[in-house]
Design a protein around this ligand. Structure first.
Ligand SMILES: Nc1nc2c(c(=O)[nH]1)N[C@H]1C(S)=C(S)[C@@H](COP(=O)(O)O)O[C@H]1N2
Ligand SMILES: [Mo]
Length: 532
């Protein structure tokens, strides 16, 4: 039985037999384009590949409200969701282009090139773009995809042979199937090779991290007080294990920086002695070790984007002073310190805060180890009391002294406040929302934070009852969160538990609910439970 005998007579089915292989060709061309681009990106620079470049461009251009919603809805998976979304859009366009190429072979193939241009433009427009070579992966991929679509479309049943009454619908289905299978296999092979190579690209960085032995800090953090941890099941651990530490950044591919090649430049207004430091320069300096709680401005009331770690690093104020920097209160011309990362992030902090005596640092260690790649290896900033987006630049490579008037950093350009001290907050860790504890004594417990001011008091309220003082766990430092617990004599029925903290300045955590934009959520955390 020859192929054309199987061609259905019914017109819509016939359209499908024509368009189906076309759409499949489009899909294969798209896959080939991505695979070739991935391989080229491995050679050029892993972050110059089209999906990462377009994703990065999309992240930078996403309206703040949408981004906020994405973080809220997808949490740390937001980037995965974005990449899947990009792939879904690409898939639809590839199917459509392929179907279009059945009739318009050249134009369809040329359409693939348009995607190459979009990818190349996105790659060149990235703040970390290292030059025109960043366009190569997208362009090469698109050319491969276009050629493949052109070839496959040439094997498809030509539309004119489908005129009614003609028997010429026959097309070489076997040749098409062989070509398509070969193309799919070649793409898969190329893609896997590209992935493997771009993974290997980080080898020097991984080796440089493994070769680091952090010297013992000159100024050790005092031991965490034994009673800093509330002895209640379900409370966050006082020191957040690194593997559980939240991660918030715009990086679709985590930068892998080779510490031996890393440099930090300090320059700008009022920098009398500009400096460029190596990683070893930092390790040779006096190191401090401190427990500091980091919080994200995108953390909702009751949310998870807060963690406490033991950081090791260099005091930033000392280094700045050596460079001749004076804070505004001492007549310095710069009131903003702009930290830049290798991936083009810019984060602006008040010079006054960084130099006011608090333990602002260039951190090289987290919980006793070199920083993990996810958390900024080899060096990041940490400033107690400020939200991460105005203080905690990861993968830092440049510090510029400037003014708030003359420069807006990344998030400030996207509706977030220029300056953002951490708001006093508290969270109920246990019981969990909608828990069903038994009547009797139920331990209510959680964490409260007001970094650099310290927590003075935590109170719990059941339904509309009076505020009852919770028992505070020992304080580690005013830069860390503090745990609290409250033994609740729970009675049967539905109840709402609410918590509020008071910081050392005497300010009581407000009940006024605000959104995270522009300077952090305020309001009180409540948990509804049913007591059985
Ligand atoms: N390079 C870079 N640094 C960054 C960010 C980023 O997107 N890129 N995000 C900041 C934000 S918003 C926060 S809250 C902290 C989070 O640090 P973590 O991921 O180590 O918890 O990093 C900050 N540093
Ligand atoms: Mo953040």
């Amino acid at each position: 039985m020859s192929d054309h005998d199987k061609t259905p007579r019914n017109p819509s089915a016939r359209t499908w037999t024509r368009l189906g292989p076309g759409a499949l060709s489009g899909l294969l061309a798209g896959g080939a384009a991505l695979a070739v681009a991935e391989l080229a990106a491995a050679a050029v620079r892993p972050r110059s590949g089209p999906v990462v470049a377009v994703g990065g461009a999309a992240i930078d251009r996403t309206p703040t409200a949408v981004k906020d919603w994405a973080i809220r809805t997808f949490g740390t998976n937001d980037k995965l969701v974005l990449q899947l979304g990009i792939l879904a859009v690409l898939t639809l366009f590839a199917l459509a282009l392929g179907a279009f190429a059945v009739r318009h072979r050249r134009a369809g193939a040329a359409g693939v090139l348009v995607f190459g241009i979009v990818g190349a433009a996105a790659a060149l427009g990235r703040p970390d773009s290292t030059g025109f070579t960043d366009a190569f992966p997208s362009v090469l991929g698109a050319i491969a995809g276009a050629v493949l679509l052109y070839l496959l479309a040439g094997l498809l049943p030509a539309p004119r042979r489908e005129a009614p009454g003609e028997r010429g619908e026959g097309w070489d289905r076997r040749r098409f199937v062989i070509a398509a299978t070969a193309a799919a296999a070649a793409s898969a092979g190329t893609g896997v090779l590209g992935r493997a190579l771009s993974g290997a690209g980080g080898r020097e960085a991984v080796a440089s991290r493994e070769n680091i032995t952090l010297p013992p800090p000159d100024s050790r953090a005092p031991a965490v007080p034994r009673h800093a941890q509330a002895r209640v099941e379900g409370v966050s651990s006082f020191t957040t294990p690194t593997s559980d530490f939240y991660r918030v950044d715009t990086a679709l591919v985590v930068p892998k920086v080779d510490a031996t090649a890393w440099r930090l430049r300090i320059h700008g207004e009022g920098v009398a002695r500009e400096r460029t430091l190596t990683f070893d320069d930092l390790l040779r300096r006096k190191l401090i070790e401190r427990d500091i709680t980091l919080t994200c401005v995108s953390n909702e009331v009751g949310g998870p984007y807060v963690g406490n770690a033991r950081w090791i690093g260099v005091r930033l104020a000392d280094l700045l002073a050596e460079c001749g920097v004076r804070p505004p209160s001492a007549g310095g011309p710069a009131d903003q310190l702009v930290a830049r990362s290798v991936d083009g992030m810019t984060i602006g902090s008040p010079v006054e805060d960084v130099m006011d005596g608090r333990d602002a640092m260039l951190a090289v260690g987290m919980n006793g180890e070199p920083l993990p790649f996810d958390h900024g290896f080899p060096v990041r900033m940490v400033v107690p009391g400020l939200y991460g987006y105005v203080s905690a630049c990861k993968w830092i490579e440049d510090i510029e002294l400037t003014t708030f008037d003359s420069y807006d950093a990344y998030w400030v350009k996207r509706d977030w406040a220029r300056e953002a001290p951490v708001k006093t907050q508290s969270r109920i860790d246990t019981p969990r929302p909608f828990a069903r504890p038994k009547a009797g004594t139920v331990m209510v417990a959680g964490v409260a934070w007001a970094q650099h001011r310290g927590i003075d008091k935590v109170e719990v309220r059941v339904d509309d009852g009076p505020w009852e003082e919770a028992v505070l766990a020992a304080e580690d430092s005013r830069d860390t969160w503090r745990q609290w617990s409250y033994a609740w004599r729970a009675t049967k029925g539905g109840h709402t538990l609410t918590v509020r903290a008071t910081d050392r300045t005497g300010e009581v955590q407000t009940d006024k609910r605000t959104r995270t934009v522009p300077d952090g959520a305020s309001g009180r955390h409540s948990v509804v439970v049913t007591v059985d």
